[in-house]
Design a protein around this ligand. Structure first.
Ligand SMILES: *Cc1c(COP(=O)(O)O)cnc(C)c1O
Length: 401
């Protein structure tokens, strides 16, 4: 049976056009872009073209505001560490409780090793940021705010342009992890007060191990990786030229497919949500009904243990992911869903441009039997355990609040 991939927030299929664009840079286009001779010049020109392609996708004012990195994680780490170093008199960080581990693990480390104070702004049951808590945390002691543009588990979008304006008022730098937002939402970063923005190649049909950090001109910056003068002195090391060219192509394609994402892909997602709520009792869709990525569905199923659904779906060739991470036999609830005080047995389906109606139909076909099997299992949770005010919409029965 044809495998179906509905886990596009974890990674995406590399677009064949991206692969084609990269191939010469593993072969005759092997030059070092820093070299003065012809071997270097053509590769240097390709890197410059990619920088312009990234600039266009996020609406940056200048191409030298884009620095290539090894991915979203490095970009996030660079932004936060740079701000702390550039602003030695400010020792606080404001972030949210639902950030990616690329931000949260670093913040916890800094708290332990550098006596940095970290404010983790909570979210409500729909995954929306607590604005009052955010404003209360903003003081002149804050070096940097790092708040994601859109959440990878729920797709909930935070009002980053407004949050950046508020940060500016106390003199803090504003960074956003936009790994899940770039390529899914139109952006014009130059018209915002956002100082730094991270993104990643493999979440938008580009290669893995390449990403970028946008740093607005005039924003103080300290490099994380020291060495040669590459990337305007912001990120040393000979450039990952095949990756850079691939990411450039991927951003160009993301612009071309933006309409497809916001219309057709969104309607596939909506149809999946509606169809599951209609077919399966005691289910609900999680997250902010108004501000959500077009491709992400996070669905809670009552009376189901752990990650049973993704497991049984994978046996019939459907890839999605669970809201819980299973480590050494014990189920760890997702920090995002815990912050939303939502039941933990959620399933994330995330779509992309290579999905079609047949993928959704196949899920509808197999879900009733999977749910019947899991819900008849002995030792399942009782309905009373489940709090469910996080529902965006729900099946006619269940998810009682
Ligand atoms: C995937 C992801 C990252 C990490 O990006 P990598 O390129 O895999 O390092 C960071 N933040 C978010 C929101 C992500 O979804």
């Amino acid at each position: 049976m044809r495998p179906i991939y509905l886990d596009n927030n974890a990674t995406t299929r590399v677009d064949p056009e991206v692969v084609q664009a990269m191939l010469p840079f593993f072969a005759d286009q092997f030059g070092n872009p820093s070299s003065a001779h012809a071997f270097g010049a053509s590769v240097g020109a390709a890197v410059k073209k990619a920088r312009r392609q990234l600039q266009a996708l996020i609406g940056a004012a200048f191409d030298d505001e884009i620095t290539f990195t090894s991915g979203g994680t490095e970009s996030d780490n660079t932004a936060i560490l740079s701000a702390l170093e550039a602003m030695p008199n400010s020792t606080e960080i404001v972030t949210s409780a639902v950030e990616h581990p690329a931000v949260l693990t670093l913040c916890a480390h800094l708290e332990k090793t550098r006596r940095v104070k970290v404010h983790r702004i909570p979210v409500d049951r729909l995954g929306r940021l607590d604005l009052d808590a955010y404003i209360a945390a903003l003081t002149p002691h804050v070096a940097i705010v790092s708040i994601m543009w859109a959440n990878n588990e729920t797709g909930v979008i935070f009002p980053v342009a407004k949050l950046a304006e508020l940060a500016k008022e106390v003199g803090a730098l504003f960074h956003t992890d936009a790994v899940q937002a770039v390529g899914k939402l139109p952006m014009d970063i130059k018209s915002t007060a956002i100082d730094m923005l991270s993104f990643s190649g493999h979440k938008l049909h580009g290669p893995k191990g390449i990403g970028a950090l946008y740093v607005k001109r005039g924003v103080p910056f300290r490099s994380l990786i020291k060495g040669g003068h590459q990337e305007h002195g912001r990120r040393a090391g000979t450039e990952n030229t095949p990756g850079i060219v691939g990411l450039g192509k991927a951003t160009e394609l993301a612009m071309k497919f933006m309409d497809d994402m916001t219309t057709r892909v969104k309607s596939l997602r909506d149809r999946l949500e509606g169809g599951i709520l209609q077919r399966i009792p005691d289910t609900c869709v999680t997250g902010d009904p108004l501000e959500r990525l077009p491709n992400t569905a996070n669905i809670s199923f009552e009376h189901v243990e752990g990650d049973g659904i993704p497991l049984l779906l994978s046996r019939v060739g459907i890839a999605c992911s669970s809201g819980s991470a299973c480590s050494s036999g014990s189920l760890e609830p997702s920090h995002v869903l815990s912050a939303m005080k939502t039941p933990h047995q959620a399933v994330r389906f995330s779509f992309a441009r290579d999905n079609g109606e047949a993928d959704v139909d196949r899920v509808f076909e197999v879900m009733p039997a999977i749910l019947a099997k899991l819900r008849s299992a002995p030792g399942r949770r009782s309905a009373d355990d489940v709090q469910s005010n996080s529902c965006l919409s729900r099946s006619r029965t269940g998810c009682h609040s």
